[in-house]
Design a protein around this ligand. Structure first.
Ligand code: DSN
Length: 429
């Protein structure tokens, strides 16, 4: 046997076991999803071995004939699905898309306004993240803990005072739409560009079940493509802006923050966009229905779900204060040991303190919906969570309940063809 085959097979074994672990678990991380069989197939193609710097028909490499056709098709599908004139499907991740916009639309030391981390902002919008890396002067919007969204009057004041080059919206804890409409006059008065990070809600926007930022004043929208949009780990930029601004964004993508983009994940994204045109509206409705049902049940069981005044959520996400059950770290670890996978999360009241043991947890319903869970299963998940964190029932018992609940939901839904969810596909002989 070759000396290092054992090491290689050990890595494969980790992957096989990881598939098995998720097969036996309830996956509730709000930023994850699973791909369709046709999209997954794209990851295994020769596209994954090639270079294609630049834009279709303006490449620095030969051999891009089919890459160009594919990239044009993916771009057109994006324009159609999101009803917008500009799409760049090259960013390799959501943060990479964000960096491209920052690179294209700002210069170091300029001012940007953005959501605060404890108000659900993403790390790329933090001082220690991509905005800070560009050396921007970041001013945060105030957050309203009752309505669980950015306070529109407070944000208007911040924008008028700061006169930013760019105003950024969009969060990683994104329960309710951002107040773009309310701030339209302010954007115009200040003359800033409006950028919306839709990573979490891209599939809900595509399915027409959330606000439509490009119709509400956003110039550019960025997103990762693997959360409520159930595609590959990849990124995208959408635009509804003037040609000059769009050119700057595209130069931000390449040569700004990318040399080569990843062609196999781009092909997988194209398949996902097509599937979203055919199944996305129904899928988005079900994701939100399930989130509301689970939130209501958690609340009824005595877990403090935030956003109560507004019906807990209008997206895939639920956040709950679990400080009465041992705080976020203990609760998320206990649930993990019971095969319920979610993450601890800062809540607004944490004031950015103690991110390793915040008072909250975050739950997303997009992946359980993808495998066919409906409202009654979502409520059942809430009951299992409650029992796991409020009693000392054994992990083995909860794991059995989880397995039983999942046993009727084995297929990936809202896509072309049929495939068993979490099945390991082997090529190695
Ligand atoms: N960090 C991811 C999330 O969980 O929201 C987004 O990149």
């Amino acid at each position: 046997m070759e000396p290092h085959l054992k090491d290689a097979l050990e890595i494969r074994d980790f992957a096989v076991k990881n598939n098995g672990m998720f097969n036996d678990s309830i996956p509730l991380i709000a930023s994850e999803n699973i791909m369709s069989p046709l999209a997954m197939e794209m990851l295994l193609t020769d596209f994954g071995h090639r270079y294609a710097e630049g834009l279709p028909h303006k490449r620095y490499y030969q051999g891009n004939y089919f890459v160009d056709l594919m990239e044009e098709k993916v771009t057109d599908l994006g324009k159609k699905l999101f009803n917008c004139p500009q799409v760049d499907p090259r960013p390799v991740s959501g943060t990479n898309a964000n960096m491209a916009v920052i690179f294209g639309l700002t210069k170091p030391a300029e001012t940007i306004t953005a959501p605060d981390l404890s108000g659900g902002g993403h790390i790329s919008a933090a001082r220690f993240g991509a905005l800070g890396f560009r050396g921007l002067d970041i001013r945060n919007y105030p957050y309203d803990n009752e309505t669980m969204t950015i306070d529109p009057d407070g944000a208007a004041k911040v924008i008028k005072d700061a006169k930013p080059k760019v105003a950024l919206f969009g969060q990683s804890v994104f329960l309710f739409p951002a107040p773009l409409m309310e701030l339209r006059d302010t954007f115009q008065e200040v003359g800033c560009k409006v950028w919306y990070d839709a990573a979490h809600v891209l599939g809900l926007i595509a399915g027409k079940k959330f606000q439509d930022p490009l119709r509400e004043g956003a110039d550019v929208v960025t997103g990762s493509t693997h959360k409520t949009l159930p595609g590959p780990q990849h990124g995208i930029v959408l635009g509804n802006t003037d040609d000059e601004t769009w050119k700057k964004v595209q130069r931000g993508v390449f040569p700004g923050v990318l040399s080569n983009h990843h062609l196999n994940t781009m092909a997988a994204l194209g398949v996902t966009l097509a599937e979203t045109m055919d199944f996305g509206q129904e899928y988005a409705s079900k994701i939100i229905e399930n989130a509301k049902a689970m939130a209501e049940e958690l609340h009824a069981l005595g877990i403090r779900v935030l956003g109560e005044k507004r019906g807990f959520t209008q997206s895939h996400t639920i956040v709950a204060d679990v400080s009465g059950f041992g705080r976020g770290k203990r609760v998320s670890e206990r649930l993990e040991s019971c095969n319920i996978i979610l993450n601890k999360n800062l809540l607004p009241a944490d004031n950015n303190k103690n991110s390793m043991d915040p008072s909250g947890i975050r739950i997303g319903t997009q992946e359980i919906t993808r495998i066919g869970f409906g409202k009654s299963e979502a409520r059942r998940v809430a009951q299992i969570i409650h029992r796991a964190i409020s009693t000392d029932v054994s992990e083995e018992e909860i794991k059995r309940e989880v397995k039983e609940l999942k046993s009727d939901f084995t297929e990936i839904k809202y896509c072309y063809g049929h495939h068993k969810a979490y099945e390991y596909i082997s090529l190695f002989k």
